[in-house]
Write a protein that binds this ligand. Structure first.
Ligand code: BJW
Length: 246
């Protein structure tokens, strides 16, 4: 893979950000959503990832999240997550905006992570809106209930039709308005508003580097589009940067 077009973009660059999607966790053993091996090969997203689906059948939705929690608990961050965690030390200003709820960036050691779709280990009371962190797998009783008021707990994630957390969106805005380079890693670019983030950067003259084994709607517009798995391409970029005098 020819990584030479990247060097002028990343060499001596201060402000770099990454937007990640399910693909970065694929090599950790966590399925993506779309595609032949994706979570949604047997379910339509509206059956599982909407407030209406939860109202209709909270147990079914919780079974899906419980299955995913159990799987994620058995997985570890991969070389892609680890490379991004090290880049906090390489670039003066580095942040990860992630659509993933799996917490693997944080487990790899990244400290500046903005999880725009929430966190699978958090539950929120549907009455009081209080949240708790709970790492139990599998959960003993589905669906779980708030011990304080007895109402249903829901996963503290962002479903279709729900607004993203305001603070996270504001932080994304600051990053997208100032970064020199945005790496877009392992996302199909089908979900709004994350799908618009690369265009915010491109429109003000910033560079976008896409890393994905398959073509996406962004590929033609990205400054550089690299075909390959994140756990291979990110360490390869890091090696290339090390060979360059800093
Ligand atoms: C690899 C790899 C390897 C494989 N290495 N790569 C019509 C038009 C425009 C927008 C809308 C519309 N109708 C509705 C909307 C809005 C809607 C939306 O975008 N819908 C589209 C589907 C049409 N969006 C929303 O509703 C969002 N909210 C919103 O817009 O709010 C507005 C609002 C304002 C005020 C009040 C109310 C509302 C919320 C979206 C929430 C998405 N939630 C989910 C579930 C999260 C919880 C959970 O995890 O269960 O988020 S859906 C799911 O998709 C999940 C993901 O984060 C998200 C993105 O998926 P991702 O990461 O891109 O995964 P995949 O599987 O699609 O792609 C994986 C990629 O990896 C592929 O490209 C592979 O090739 C690649 N890959 N192996 C690197 N080894």
């Amino acid at each position: 893979m020819d990584l030479s077009p990247l060097l002028p973009l990343l060499h001596r660059t201060a402000r770099v950000a990454a937007l990640t999607g399910a693909g970065i966790s694929a090599e950790s053993g966590i399925p993506t959503f779309r595609g032949p091996e994706g979570y949604w090969k047997n379910h339509r997203p509206e059956e599982l990832a909407t407030p209406q689906a939860f109202q209709r059948d909270p147990r079914l939705v919780w079974e899906w999240y419980d299955m995913r929690r159990t799987r994620i608990a058995a997985c570890a961050p991969n070389a892609g997550h680890a490379t991004l965690a090290r880049w906090e030390g390489r670039f003066a200003d580095f942040a990860v905006i992630t659509q993933n709820v799996d917490g693997l960036h944080q487990r790899a050691g990244s400290r500046r992570v903005i999880p725009i779709h929430g966190h699978i280990w958090e539950m929120r009371c549907t009455r009081e809106e209080t949240t708790i962190l709970d790492y139990t797998t599998p959960l003993p009783n589905l669906p779980p209930h708030c011990p304080a008021c007895g109402a249903l707990y829901r996963p503290a994630v962002v479903w279709f039709g729900e607004a993203l957390p305001m603070e996270a969106l504001a932080e994304c805005g600051r990053i997208l308005d100032t970064c020199d380079v945005l790496l877009v890693i392992g996302t199909s670019g089908q979900v709004h508003p994350a799908s618009t983030f690369p265009y915010t950067v491109l429109e003000r003259g910033g560079a976008v580097i896409e890393i994905n084994p398959t073509e996406t709607p962004l590929s033609a517009d990205a400054t550089v589009s690299l075909r390959g798995p994140a756990a291979v391409v990110l360490p390869a970029i890091e090696r290339e940067l090390h060979r360059e005098p800093s």
